[in-house]
Design a protein around this ligand. Sequence first.
Ligand code: APR
Length: 388
Amino acid sequence: MVILGAGPAGLVLANLLHANGVDCVVLERATRTHVQTRARAGFLAANTVRILERHGLAGGLHRHGRPHGSCEFRTEDGSFRLDYGGLGRGEQHTVYPQQELVSDLLARFLDAGGRIRFETEALAVLGADGQRPSVSVREADGRPRLWRARYVAGCDGRHGATRRSLPPGSVRRHHRDHGVSWLGVLAQAPPSLDAVGYALHRRGFAGHMARSPEVTRYYLQCEPGTAADAWSEERIWHELAVRMRAADHGPLHQGPILRRDVIDLRSDVLEPLRHGALLLAGDAASLISPSAAKGANLAVLEAELLADALIDDLTRGDSRALARYSAQCLTHIWRAQEFSHWMIQLLHDTSGPDDESPFQRRLRRARIESLRTSRTHQDWFAENYVGV
Ligand code: APR
């Protein structure tokens, strides 16, 4: 079994297969240091924690993760807080930076004797419609090599070899560009509120998410096409203070900006998630906008489903679960996409100067008001916000 990519999807899959006696190797383009220090998401859903617990992979997040169950909306009509941990199914997030989770998964896999090749770039998956597919790679020393296996798991993200290797017409691609971009910044500063902050402002959306007691992630809606370094630090903090209404709610904790990137909000789902012996999971299978923090959670869920199906197939000769894998994942993916799409519409004013726009803005205001006042709506929100 060859697994492409050592992100959350590839590493959960590798740990589960190895623990069940399935011979596998992980091929990863980047260095180990790069993989372990790449700051990404940080909000783990309750179901993700349960999956990791089930397989003995939750030690680090139990020691260092922090439970989180509140979000605060700040709008022109005032602010309100939803303690979602006590709504819906009563589930919370665990805040645990993704690079810590990836480090835990990697250490566990290597300690158990798992094989991983860093700095090994997959170039193409060949012969996926046959019984013996192969992966052509460029090894760390630059030499070409071919890896053969019964199955190849494509967990190499949005720009990996998996997506490039799918023959035209073999899968259908559903794509949506939401027309919204965020400038994301990682600040060396303590969180400014003990909740996820969603600020809806006529200048654009602003978001606040804790990563650790010392590091906070902020988002600022910006014009599509904005360069990551286009805004000065001063402008970033000023814009955050204005949109998050610091004058009413207290100043933000500021600190050096460690990293910044521009995120274009996009959704992209491939159907089916299988082409012969090539199986897709994580970002290679579907991209979801970060508006509801679902990406890493979907990746872990899919990895567990794929591992169970492969173990059945490879150790017991039972291929029924593998035949169901794509449809089962897609049900979860589309539910997450639906909620994420709803969040995008809630958080952004994408209307322009046309006649429809004042109508759209009032609808959005009514939606927020319903979320503020209706317990039923709040329960629905909580269930979908934490659920995958
Ligand atoms: N060959 C080998 N490895 C590759 C190649 C390649 N051609 N291309 C990419 N990779 C590696 C990347 O270096 C990365 O380590 O594949 C890995 C993919 O990892 P992620 O991008 O983290 O994807 P995934 O495991 O699917 O996790 C997805 O995590 O950060 C969240 O929200 C984010 O949705 C995302 C989720």
